[in-house]
Design a protein around this ligand. Structure first.
Ligand code: SF4
Length: 217
């Protein structure tokens, strides 16, 4: 089967972006079918229990790719993606910061592939507006919707997350979102998490992933 890979045009070439890793054959942790996770470096948050602290600095990236170079790397699994309805999951770090890169990658990739994203939504709304037509499913790392808990855990204000959740709601994309709500030791509990979930349900979100952070000292 011949793959329909588009050619980059010199006018739309994106610069290289920093990545901490590319992981193949993920079934199905972050999207339908077989997926490849492409994890960008750099994140605006500073979560207390972050497993990827190297994301804080793009200088610590392991790889740098243009969209075309990333496509060359991941297309080895083209037939797996077609057979299983899979594709690429962009993670990180914070992938929404690289919305232009993802838009260019989407233009180049075969139309049968799916795109998934694992994001905190802690970015400007222009990134979400760029990505909304391109992403098949959003895995949103909400953490906790209480502003004081969110600030204490991430060192940042909750306003960008709330704004972008409302934007996804206005775009009618709630069915394309899975909201991750962890129990965070020393930060929230079952009651507080249930309050976060209720607030999100009132916004029309219906898919939740409830789990517990395991803190290793
Ligand atoms: S959003 Fe994710 S990558 Fe960023 S600091 Fe928090 S846990 Fe780490």
């Amino acid at each position: 089967m011949k793959a329909a890979f588009a050619h980059p045009s010199s006018s739309t070439l994106s610069p290289r972006a920093p990545f901490i890793g590319v992981a193949r054959h993920r079934i199905p942790t972050d999207g339908e079918g077989v997926t490849t996770l492409a994890a960008f470096s750099q994140c605006p948050l500073q979560c207390a229990y972050c497993l990827n602290p190297q994301c804080a600095s793009p200088e610590k990236a392991h790889f740098h790719f243009t969209p075309q170079e990333l496509l060359e790397r991941v297309k080895v699994d083209h037939l797996y993606f077609l057979a299983t309805g899979g594709g690429i999951c962009f993670g990180g770090g914070e992938p929404c910061l690289r919305s232009d890169f993802i838009a260019e990658f989407h233009r180049l990739m075969p139309s049968e592939w799916h795109l998934y994203i694992e994001t905190s939504l802690a970015v400007g709304p222009q990134h979400i507006e760029t990505l909304a037509p391109l992403i098949d499913h959003w895995f949103i790392d909400v953490k906790d919707l209480h502003p004081d808990i969110y600030r204490r855990y991430t060192q940042h204000d909750i306003a960008p997350l709330m704004h972008n959740l409302l934007l996804l709601k206005e775009l009618g994309l709630q069915d394309r979102c899975t909201l991750r709500l962890p129990l965070i030791p020393d930060y929230n509990d079952e009651t507080l998490r249930a309050e976060s979930q209720q607030q999100l349900e009132e916004m029309g979100f219906t898919h939740f992933d409830l789990f517990q952070y395991i803190v290793r000292n």
